[in-house]
Ligand binder design. Structure first.
Ligand code: APR
Length: 172
């Protein structure tokens, strides 16, 4: 059973086997955590993303981590929040599930996630946290059972408080 931890910090400094990037479908970089990961990894990351020809929302693709402490970066575009009537909940769950499965398929035993879609994409944080943690727990117990540690890396205290509460609710 994987250990799930909620931490506050900068995901570009985390030395797990893989870190997950909250990307956009072009996979050509952006702002937020996407921009931070590309800056920390160096230009080789963008060069490795170009031949991937993008990624559909909820799907995941993997590259090396280059100058990051992490060996791999799993890139997944989360859904843009549109009120909850455009499959956003399912697509967010898909991003977490597909990212965890892809990391496990590449031999990763530890992985760190940012709070996907809750920044520029405006997904409500409490709803996102409940979906993220339930999906990660279910996937780690089934198709990604080789994953030992999952870290949710929250950039700010407010987001950390929400994910901590969601984790407590999951394990209550
Ligand atoms: N480490 C961890 N978390 C971070 C970091 C970081 N260095 N920088 C930002 N975050 C957090 C944000 O505070 C937010 O909680 O990541 C979460 C996701 O926010 P965004 O990065 O805005 O991602 P998202 O909402 O999924 O929007 C994706 O933004 O950057 C562009 O190219 C990206 O178009 C895509 C869109």
């Amino acid at each position: 059973m994987a250990l799930i931890q909620v931490l506050q910090g900068d995901i570009t400094t985390v030395a797990t086997d893989a870190i997950v990037n909250a990307a956009n479908p072009t996979l050509l970089g952006g702002g937020g955590v996407d921009g931070a990961i590309h800056r920390a990894a160096g230009p080789a990351l963008l060069a490795a993303c170009r031949p991937l020809h993008g990624c559909a929302v909820g799907e995941a693709k993997i590259t090396a981590g280059f100058q990051l402490p992490a060996k791999f970066v799993v890139h997944t575009p989360g859904p843009i929040w549109q009120g909850g009537t455009h499959q956003e909940l399912t697509l967010l769950a898909n991003s977490y599930r597909n990212s965890l499965n892809l990391a496990a398929a590449n031999g990763c035993q530890t992985i760190a996630f940012p709070s996907i879609s809750t920044g520029v994409y405006h997904f409500p944080v409490a709803l996102a946290a409940a979906i993220a943690l339930q999906t990660l727990q279910d996937t780690a117990a089934t198709t990604a059972s080789t994953i030992r540690v999952i870290q949710m890396i929250c950039f700010d205290a407010q987001t950390k408080a929400v994910y901590t509460a969601a984790l407590q609710a999951l394990t209550a």
